[in-house]
Every structure is written in structure tokens, then in C-alpha cells.
Design a binder for this molecule. Structure first.
Ligand SMILES: Cc1ncc(COP(=O)(O)O)c(C=O)c1O
Length: 390
């Protein structure tokens, strides 16, 4: 089983040995009974060592998803969460030590930015957020007590890249670990674990599930690091429920074909927008004009279904565009089958101060696009008519 589509359908999901059910059963239970009292201490102490105990710890449907996630991200094990932010915050808390320092890039998802820029410092943990595309800034940012380096690539919504292999080397040379949010790329387009990352994170709400109908998160790491994350998950309580786990398993069956279509349509839209007179700039790693196109070719298998562009005009013109699309919908979130457009300045990145947004390169005229699986011609046509309305 080597092809991404074959693996999307079959990986980690043998048919149920008890009933022959073709699809993974939903074990919709909070707790598990024991036939013998002697089994209880083993189950409680061990991590699924012998059977299951309580679904905040582990659940068979969720474990099946975790095995599938680990296989797709080439890690030792996976941990599924009730949201992407639960996966991110629990993973970060798993590796924080007293006196430790966390180094991150500035271009982060708004929630992660808030966590690293506000919450952790308020709790007494030092963090630094540095310029994303200046690798020297990351090198200079490492301190003796840096225990974690945190990056996203491509970044949200600016589509900047970070050299993942170099960031892993930098972290490891300081005895730190590298965490990578791989939400934007999806495992079909990029595998940070193969480039040296220690923890790969996802908002499973997005490409993994792919249908914009649930909130979920995932972390993939070595067996040892995943165990650490799962122990913290027990404490913080952000475990995924069995029903969303089953839905993500179902969504993942079409992940490869969805993502391939999204890659192709994103490229077509990027090329169309690049030549349009009402467009000031297009940010897509697949374009030769992208300043890090060579890095994208090196570390990505596909360029993804996310892009952003700047409207040549005012904030009002930009609002006119996002209100005028008909096939696409003005909405936050990404990675689903429906094409979405959003204005990061007052949606996904509204938590950022205007000054931070300016530093990061998020003008009010920036539009982020999450390309769905609609026909390419319909999408290009829709964007053409919406730009004409500006
Ligand atoms: C790159 C990225 N990481 C993390 C998250 C947070 O995920 P969730 O909304 O599932 O908590 C998002 C949400 O939009 C995201 O875009």
C-alpha cells in the first residue's frame, strides 16, 4: 500500500475482527467494564496496556484514528484532540519546564499567537516571536534555556515558508524540540516528521476531516513524546470524542483526492489572480514569483489549497469583493470541500493588534482563500465576476 489514495482509504483500518464491519465501529462509551477485578489496576496504570478504562484516556475508535494519523505523518504514534487548539496547547504544555524558553515565528494562527505571545508570558514562561522568513532571526533567538521551537509552514495567512529541516537542526543543536503546525499543507503535501520535526500538529477541523462539519485536532510524534502528550491530555482533558473521531476517519478516506484537486485549483486561481489588474499581490508557494518557491519545491510534495492575495484598492473594495463571490462563501476556517474567502484582519487575526498585523504583513486588503473541490472554471469565473464588482 504506497499510493496516497489507497492509504487514505485503507491505512490503519482493517475490517472489524468481531463482526466483519467494513468501516471502523464507533465505540460511543464513556467507560469500559471489567470481567475480573484483577484487570482493573493494570488498565488504570498502563496506557491501554490491557484494554480500555475511560474515554478521556483512550477509546478504540479514537485510537484507530490516532494510528491512521501516525501513519500519514510518519510518526511513532498520534494523539487526537477535541480541537486544533487543544492539540497545540496540550503539546506545548507537555514540553514546558520551569525556566524554559519557547522560540516561535511571528506568523502564527491567531489562537497560537495569543497562547505564545500573551498566555505563556502571563504564566511566567518566556517566549520570543521572531521574523518568519529571516532564518538568522530564529538562530539569534535561541537561548541556552530554549526548549521548544514552534513554527508553521506555510503560514497563515501570509503563505510564508520556514525551512523545516534547518529549523529542526537548529532546535536539536540546542537540545530543544521542534513543533510544526502542518494544518495548511496537510500530510498529503508535506511531512515535517521526515524533515526532522519532533511534534507535528493539526487542526483536524481542516484538511484531515475535510468537510467543515466538526472541530478536531491532532498531534503526531515519536511513541515516547506522544505518551507525554497523552499524559498531559488526561490532565487538561481535551481528548477527542469517538463520534468526531469516526467522522475524521470517514473524511480521511477522500483526503488524497480532495487535496490533489485543491492543489490544482489553487494553482489555477493563483495564476489567474496574478494577471488581474485589481490585484496588488498574490501569495502562493506554487508560483515561481513566490520568494521561497525553491524551498517549497524542496520540502513540499504539493503546494496546497491555500493562497492569499491583496486587492488593489481600499478596505471597502476588499469587502465588496468578499461580499460579491457566489460560488465561494465569506467564512473563516479552511480545508473543506467548499471554497471559502476571508479577510484575516477582522476574522482569523482579529486578536492581533493592528501593529502586530502590520509587522506580519496582514493589510486590511488581504483576502485569504481556502480552495474547495468545485470545478476550476467555476471558481475562476466566480473570482473574475467578484473582482469586476470591486
Ligand atoms: C494553522 C491553524 N492552526 C491551528 C488552528 C486551530 O484549530 P481549531 O480551530 O481546530 O482549534 C487553526 C484554525 O483555524 C489554524 O488555521
Amino acid at each position: 500500500m504506497t499510493g496516497d489514495s489507497t492509504r487514505s482509504v485503507h491505512e490503519a483500518e482493517p475490517f472489524d475482527e468481531h463482526t466483519g464491519s467494513l468501516t471502523t465501529p464507533i465505540y460511543e462509551t464513556s467507560t469500559f467494564g471489567f470481567a475480573r477485578a484483577g484487570d482493573v489496576p493494570v488498565a488504570v496504570a498502563g496506557f491501554g496496556a490491557k484494554g480500555y478504562t475511560y474515554s478521556r484516556w483512550e477509546n478504540p475508535t479514537v485510537v484507530t484514528l490516532e494510528n491512521k494519523l501516525a501513519a500519514f505523518e510518519h510518526g511513532g504514534d498520534g494523539a487526537a484532540f477535541s480541537s486544533g487548539m487543544a492539540a497545540i496547547s496540550t503539546s506545548i504544555f507537555s514540553f514546558l519546564n520551569k525556566g524554559s524558553h519557547t522560540l516561535a515565528i511571528r506568523d502564527l494562527y491567531g489562537g497560537t499567537f495569543g497562547l505564545l505571545n500573551h498566555l505563556l508570558p502571563e504564566l511566567g514562561f518566556s517566549t520570543d516571536l521572531v521574523e518568519t522568513t529571516d532564518f538568522g532571526a530564529l538562530e539569534r533567538g535561541v537561548r541556552k534555556n530554549t526548549s521548544m521551537v514552534y513554527i508553521e509552514s506555510p503560514t497563515n495567512p501570509t503563505m510564508k515558508l520556514v525551512d523545516i529541516a534547518k529549523a529542526a537542526k537548529l532546535a536539536h543543536s540546542n537540545g530543544a524540540i521542534l513543533l510544526v503546525d502542518n494544518t495548511f499543507a496537510s500530510p498529503i503535501n508535506q511531512n515535517p516528521f521526515d524533515l526532522g520535526a519532533d511534534v507535528v500538529l493539526h487542526s483536524a477541523t481542516k484538511y484531515l476531516n475535510g468537510h467543515a462539519d466538526l472541530i478536531a485536532g491532532a498531534a503526531v510524534a515519536s511513541k515516547e513524546n506522544t505518551h507525554k502528550i497523552k499524559m498531559m491530555r488526561r490532565e487538561l482533558g481535551g481528548t477527542m470524542d469517538p463520534l468526531p473521531a469516526w467522522l475524521v476517519l470517514r473524511g480521511m478516506k477522500t483526503m488524497a483526492i480532495r487535496v490533489r484537486q485543491q492543489n490544482a485549483s489553487a494553482m489555477a486561481l493563483a495564476e489567474f489572480l496574478s494577471t488581474h489588474r485589481r490585484v496588488a499581490a498574490v501569495h502562493y508557494p506554487g508560483l515561481k514569483s513566490h520568494p521561497q518557491h525553491q524551498l517549497a519545491r524542496k520540502q513540499m510534495k504539493g503546494f496546497g489549497g491555500m493562497l492569499s492575495f491583496e486587492v488593489k484598492g481600499t478596505t471597502k473594495d476588499t469587502m465588496k469583493f468578499t461580499e460579491s463571490v457566489k460560488v465561494a462563501t465569506l467564512a473563516a476556517s479552511l480545508g473543506g470541500v467548499e471554497t471559502l474567502v476571508s479577510q484575516p484582519y477582522n476574522m482569523t487575526h482579529a486578536q492581533m493588534s493592528a501593529k502586530d498585523r502590520e509587522k506580519t504583513g496582514i493589510p486590511e486588503t488581504l483576502v485569504r482563500i481556502s480552495v474547495g473541490i468545485e470545478d476550476e472554471e467555476d471558481l475562476v469565473g466566480d473570482f473574475r465576476q467578484a473582482l469586476a464588482a470591486v
